[in-house]
Design a protein around this ligand. Structure first.
Ligand code: SF4
Length: 240
């Protein structure tokens, strides 16, 4: 998890996140946060709902999430006395998907998996960010080689708005330090060796020594296992 920082350094990092988010609102007007309900999302939810409430927030319910993820969503709403907007896949597209590939067709081919991610994540995401000037994401540099090259504020040509990544320089250890220091609720699957949590049928616990994304789409080749909202391959479109 890397070296821990002092609490005052941690608060300085949190303060830099607040400043970046407030500057994004000043610069881009309507800003929206796509909340993945992972560990980074808990930190960003705390900062946004406490210090930058003008930033809208939504989460995509793919219909295949873990029960623990729904429990976290409710805990966050209770703690901050706010309602998290939940965006669902288009019902007709979902029916067509299940009719063409079956309910668990994503296991059978990369194309089928990408189609499922498109219907359940990418299309709802595009709908949810339409009309905004910028979207906020919780990606961190140490998560992948592609993310290592990211900038805190970038033009997102894929979706046609600015992308704000305030946690780029945070380590996994700092994320957890913040969660514990502020006694934030988090997805209890993290305590059972799920560092990265997506849909239930496509996420599993990792073994000691495995990479943090080894539990995502584990039956595929490593190079295709990226979420489509931060694509490593242009056609692979789905959310982390
Ligand atoms: S992660 Fe799995 S279940 Fe979720 S949208 Fe993608 S393929 Fe479908």
């Amino acid at each position: 998890m890397g070296e821990l920082v002092s609490l005052s350094d941690l608060e300085q990092k949190a303060s830099a996140v607040r400043e970046l988010l407030c500057a994004a609102v000043r610069e881009h007007g309507r800003v929206v946060y796509s909340n993945s309900l992972g560990a980074e999302a808990v930190v960003l939810t705390d900062i946004i709902w406490t210090y930058a409430p003008e930033i809208d927030m939504f989460s995509i319910d793919t219909g295949r999430l873990h029960e623990e993820t729904y429990e976290l969503l409710e805990k966050l709403e209770r703690r901050y006395r706010r309602t998290l907007r939940v965006v669902h896949p288009d019902a007709l597209s979902l029916e067509r998907l299940a009719a063409s590939q079956g309910v668990n067709g994503f296991y059978h081919s990369l194309q089928a998996r990408l189609s499922c991610c498109h219907v359940r994540k990418v299309e709802p995401f595009k709908r949810a960010i339409a009309g905004y000037g910028a979207w906020v994401t919780g990606v961190r540099r140490e998560q992948s080689a592609t993310r290592a090259q990211a900038e805190p504020v970038e033009w997102d040509g894929e979706y046609g708005l600015y992308k704000i990544s305030p946690l780029l320089d945070w380590s996994e250890g700092e994320i957890w330090q913040y969660i514990r220091a502020h006694k934030l609720p988090y997805n209890t699957l993290h305590d059972r060796h799920y560092p990265s949590i997506g849909c239930s049928p496509c996420t599993r616990a990792i073994q000691p020594g495995e990479s943090r994304r080894a539990g995502r789409w584990w039956w595929e080749q490593p190079e295709s296992r990226e979420c489509g909202l931060h694509p490593r391959v242009r056609h692979a479109t789905a959310q982390a």
